[in-house]
Design a protein around this ligand. Structure first.
Ligand SMILES: Nc1ncnc2c1ncn2[C@@H]1O[C@H](COP(=O)(O)OP(=O)(O)OP(=O)(O)O)[C@@H](O)[C@H]1O
Ligand SMILES: [Mg+2]
Length: 310
């Protein structure tokens, strides 16, 4: 039996005339890493702010570990960790003091939080800078400190709103590794614009746009939902490309052909058509035929469109 950690039912939030969250439904299983994707302004931060009790919904319900967010704000705040989209550190406290304040606000004993903070500072590569003030940190170091702070009290549910934005590739990978190591022991709900991050980390993914859920599933399920068409790239040696591009374009199982130099990209109705293509290319100066794998980015763009959001 799977236990639900986060349950969201018909959750709606309006800012005046704007409906930022529109009758949103979702369930997240305990101990999994769940990724919420969506273009700028889709409503991701709005949803996280409501789930973390920083803001009230206009209507609908949500439950964290079975507790109604409208009635059990206090209990929920004590068992969740939050990394908000913007770094919210106390600039008049050192890095270490920021973590200690958080521990004390959560009622932790000194001998317990001292060890925990040592561990987290080490892990996030900040041990050497713990006596410095956040203003003297780079953006990435501040982000790592915010992540460390969210983990001090060992939350059961961790909300990460774009956790790795602004991090260099090394730090991003370190955060991924750490988040992965936490999976199982807590539920992790994250938003990201890095589709590679979602692929690397998430058990399941939701894509939202204009306040609505538009797709939900594992990464493989979402990729499989794209049309059955498969795309191959055929690379020719020498001059044959234009001739064979025209030949391929005339075949009924070929949906689309584009040619750039020696490379021809063909979109086939289905993968079974490949053998017809290979037959047609018999004797052609082919150097390589490669399958163009569908990426999560293809899925994202096909569902949310090409247009840039205001
Ligand atoms: N306090 C607010 N008052 C009025 N409108 C708001 C407020 N906060 C957010 N909005 C609007 O609600 C919509 C959803 O915003 P939200 O911040 O939830 O998006 P997001 O998915 O987190 O986007 P991003 O990827 O850019 O962080 C946007 O149209 C935004 O302009
Ligand atoms: Mg946001």
């Amino acid at each position: 039996m799977h236990t639900v950690s986060i349950a969201i039912r018909a959750l709606t939030k309006s800012y005046g005339a704007l409906t930022a969250l529109d009758s949103f439904d979702l369930e997240v299983e305990q101990g999994t890493i769940f990724g919420l994707l969506g273009p700028n302004g889709a409503g991701k931060t709005t949803l996280i702010r409501i789930l973390t009790t920083l803001m009230r919904q206009s209507s609908g319900d949500a439950f964290i570990e079975g507790l109604d967010i409208q009635r059990y704000g206090c209990e929920i705040r004590s068992m969740i960790g939050v990394v908000s989209q913007e770094n919210s550190l106390d600039r008049y406290l050192t890095a270490r003091e920021n973590l200690e304040l958080h521990a004390r606000l959560h009622g932790m004993e000194k001998q317990l939080y001292k060890r925990r903070i040592d561990e987290l500072l080490e892990l996030m590569g900040l041990a050497g800078r713990q006596k410095d003030f956040p203003d003297t940190f780079s953006g990435g170091m501040q982000r790592r400190l915010v992540i460390a702070r969210a983990l001090v009290h060992q939350p059961r549910v961790l909300f990460l709103d774009e956790p790795t934005t602004g991090l260099d590739p090394q730090s991003r990978r370190a955060v991924w590794e750490y988040v992965r190591s936490l999976a199982g022991s807590m539920t992790i709900f994250l938003t990201t614009h890095y589709l590679e991050e979602a692929e690397q980390l998430c058990d399941r993914i939701a894509i939202m746009d204009h306040g609505r859920l538009i797709a939900l599933g594992s990464i493989q399920e979402l990729k499989d939902r794209l049309s059955g068409a498969t795309v191959y790239e055929i690379e020719f040696t020498g001059q044959g490309a234009a001739h064979y591009a025209a030949l391929l374009a005339s075949m009924p199982c070929v949906l689309d052909v584009t040619q750039v130099g020696h490379k021809v990209t063909v979109t086939l109705e289905c993968w079974e058509c490949l053998s017809e293509i290979v037959t047609a290319l018999n004797g052609a100066p082919v150097r390589r035929i490669s399958l163009q794998e569908r990426t999560l980015e293809d899925v994202f763009i096909s569902l949310t469109g090409q247009k840039v959001r205001e």
